[in-house]
Design a protein around this ligand. Sequence first.
Ligand SMILES: Cc1cc2nc3c(=O)[nH]c(=O)nc-3n(C[C@H](O)[C@H](O)[C@H](O)COP(=O)(O)OP(=O)(O)OC[C@H]3O[C@@H](n4cnc5c(N)ncnc54)[C@H](O)[C@@H]3O)c2cc1C
Ligand SMILES: NC(=O)c1ccc[n+]([C@@H]2O[C@H](COP(=O)([O-])OP(=O)(O)OC[C@H]3O[C@@H](n4cnc5c(N)ncnc54)[C@H](O)[C@@H]3O)[C@@H](O)[C@H]2O)c1
Length: 503
Amino acid sequence: MDRTEPTSNRPASGWTRPKRFDRNLIVIGAGSAGLVSAYIAAAAKAKVTLVEANKMGGDCLNFGCVPSKALIKSAKVAHQMRHADHYGLEPVEPRVPFSAVMERIHKVIAEIEPHDSVERYTGLGVEVLQGYAKLIDPWTVEIALNDGGTQRLTTRAIIIATGAQPFVPPIPGLAEIGFLTSDNMWERLRDRPAVPQRLVVLGGGPIGCELAQSFARLGSEVTQIEMAPRLMMREDEDAAQFVEASIREDGVNVLTRHKAVACGTEGGEKWIEVEHDGSKRRIGFDEIIVAVGRAPRLKGFGLEELGIKVDRVVETNEYLQTLHPHILAAGDVAGPYQFTHVAGHQAWFAAINALFGDLKRFKADYSVIPWATFTDPEVARVGLSEAEAKEKNIRYEVTRFGIDDLDRAIADGSARGFVKVLTVPGKDKILGATIVGEHAGDLLAEFVFAMKHGHGLGKILGTIHIYPTLAEANKMVAGQWRRTHINSFLLSLLQRFQTWRRG
Ligand SMILES: Cc1cc2nc3c(=O)[nH]c(=O)nc-3n(C[C@H](O)[C@H](O)[C@H](O)COP(=O)(O)OP(=O)(O)OC[C@H]3O[C@@H](n4cnc5c(N)ncnc54)[C@H](O)[C@@H]3O)c2cc1C
Ligand SMILES: NC(=O)c1ccc[n+]([C@@H]2O[C@H](COP(=O)([O-])OP(=O)(O)OC[C@H]3O[C@@H](n4cnc5c(N)ncnc54)[C@H](O)[C@@H]3O)[C@@H](O)[C@H]2O)c1
């Protein structure tokens, strides 16, 4: 919380600030960041307009989290059918009518759609306009309405929540051969009776890994190309190794240290050329999914013209304000993270600072940010990884519990992975936690809560966990920490006391 006077909250210079405004707030983009911003503004009785050019719900609902998680589930069921013998059942090779898998994905989207719909938000008191918004001056937004016509509105504050889109690398020939991204694949593959037979997945980040594994499990021959030394470079090596091993087991041909350098066709067959250790080779394929990062949507709607820096993300201060303090940004377009829950988290700060920033401002709090990659096994993290602690020269201790030792995981046939906790040396204060395993994203919540509220491993150890659950892994790792931090002097006193009591 900032208790100082918000001296930077001055009207922008060079333009004339209107004396009256049509709206308290205009939010551009109805993805996670925009929806939450508009919701909060309406709850605070502001007159708020939410503008969306494409689909309500943005990337998460339509092209991102929701369809990818629905695909992952179908792929997991196929995997379990194939490996049913692990559970004493006869394994079967699943028949995959791919169009039915895709239809289910679209049904899932449709089922969640009402949560983000125009009707719901209108009911909450938000005016929703479907069209493309452009800033004309720091207080005026022009909307080119999807059903024709334009509307100009003045507003006291604006939140830019325009999100990000797949980055397409400048690989010669890529545009000509045609490629899939998370933006277009859900429609383009919709009516396919069968999975693409030979699929290249370009990129070894979360999108690449989740998709490569899923398509392999559904029957594609997948080659995953990553130029870095390993997959999931953001996670510690021990965590990424589990995922890479599992993806390989699923049949993905994982090519790390391979850089994609060109694409083309020969005799009607598509190929991609990769460079590895100075030599090049070509890999043939039917479809390619490009998943090499997501670039914020920054240009073409007036930010540059207002002098707002848009090099990588919309440049904002700790209050999510741009150089015009009443124009703020939240979500993927603001960075530094690209997650739905972070977009929602930032939206609270952006909305409150947009509406009340001239009275009191709040710094966006990034102290405890969790995330998960929904591969099998999942990888979930909050706080520091070991690599980050080393890079930042932060002293730490590591406590690790192998999930292969956990009763419930053994019973479930999912006994692989670990819980790794970084603590302050000699103390139970948690600096970070990484979980690799089944439902890691859900299990992590206990560490997120503990870190957020300043609870240490001692508090987790002192909490009853239901037997037999996967959540017991959290208590086990806390127990492990305790065993290595027992006061040896006290122990020897105790021993002498017990000896004395025996007479
Ligand atoms: C395949 C995939 C899987 C993912 N999985 C996860 C996951 O499991 N968990 C997770 O936390 N995150 C996940 N993400 C990331 C997550 O989807 C994003 O972080 C999140 O959607 C960001 O929300 P946002 O509101 O910032 O942007 P968006 O959801 O992109 O919304 C921005 C909206 O603004 C609109 N817009 C842009 N410009 C204008 C304009 N000028 N006028 C009007 N409207 C405009 C766009 O049409 C868009 O709808 C995934 C992403 C992908 C691609
Ligand atoms: N479960 C989740 O929460 C989830 C899931 C998917 C996406 N997301 C979000 O979306 C963001 C984007 O994900 P992403 O996987 O597209 O990007 P990313 O930046 O995380 O990974 C892209 C990878 O592609 C590699 N690469 C780049 N150019 C290459 C080339 N020419 N040849 C070979 N490899 C190349 C990079 O080295 C990198 O490892 C993530 O950072 C995350 O925030 C989250």
